[in-house]
Design a protein around this ligand. Structure first.
Ligand code: SAH
Ligand code: DHB
Ligand code: MG
Length: 221
């Protein structure tokens, strides 16, 4: 694969259409300083999420997996004045770094970070009758992606867009014998997605400055 060309094209697109402001650059810096993994979405993927939020006129967004708030900031910036984004993060250290980054980006009034496992928080949200959300971005731990998607469906309405990150894993999803729990998790998720009635779905492969991967997009019918 000509990965250098993919990187250069991704930078070309980003320079034109997804330039980072100071708050986004400093968010990535803060994550490095805090020893957090470099697994935020790329700038172009952040802009993609923002375009999707605008397309569905999202005023309520749910995110699973905050990390340092990088994707959160991109999406929150597409919200109207009264819009709200709830982001769920299991690691209190990640959540506290994210809170600072979100504040620096000027969107803390629209963003609520819930600290805990999505696996516990989502059923509690369903019980409380929270939602429906206009857009859901699933980007937490990969093994329970299928369960997260089913929970997210219960927090949705017809027209809700669900986006799931990292469902191709450099093509390792092709390996039916993979012993990697993340690959097994997204393989199970992709299969389940293909068998879920009531959604219209596709997977968009992504190449660029980060590894070859893909995002699943599903619209609730
Ligand atoms: N969406 C972020 C990246 C998220 S990385 C961005 O693109 O900027 C995945 C995050 O999910 C990590 O911060 C990890 O701590 C968190 N996570 C892992 N397991 C989780 C769980 N069970 N519930 C909620 N968050 C979880
Ligand atoms: C991993 C998680 C992510 O959300 C991502 O975008 C890339 C990698 C991981 O856990 O390996
Ligand atoms: Mg991801």
């Amino acid at each position: 694969m000509d990965t250098k060309l993919f990187e250069e094209v991704d930078r070309y697109i980003g320079d034109l259409l997804a330039p980072e402001d100071k708050a986004l650059t400093e968010s990535l810096q803060s994550m490095q300083e805090e020893g957090m993994p470099s697994i935020s979405v790329t700038a172009n993927q952040g802009k993609f999420l923002q375009v999707m939020a605008t397309l569905c006129r999202a005023s309520s967004i749910l995110e699973l997996g905050t990390l340092g708030g990088y994707s959160t900031i991109w999406m929150a910036r597409a919200l109207p004045e009264n819009g709200r984004l709830i982001t769920i993060e299991v690691d209190p250290h990640h959540a506290s770094v994210a809170a600072k980054n979100i504040a620096r980006a000027g969107v803390s009034g629209k963003v609520e970070i819930r600290v805990g496992s999505a696996f516990d928080i989502l059923p509690a949200m369903i019980d409380k009758g929270e939602g429906p959300f206009d857009l859901v971005f699933i980007d937490a731990d990969k093994p329970p992606y299928a369960e997260y998607f089913q929970f997210a469906l219960q927090l949705s309405r017809p027209g809700t867009l669900l986006i799931c990150d990292n469902v191709i894993r450099e093509g390792r999803v092709l390996d039916a014998g993979s012993t990697d729990d993340r690959v097994k998790g997204v393989r199970r998720f992709n299969k389940m997605l293909s068998e879920t009635p009531g959604v219209r779905a596709i997977i968009v492969p992504t190449v660029g400055v980060k590894e070859f991967d893909g995002m699943a997009l599903a619209v609730v019918l």
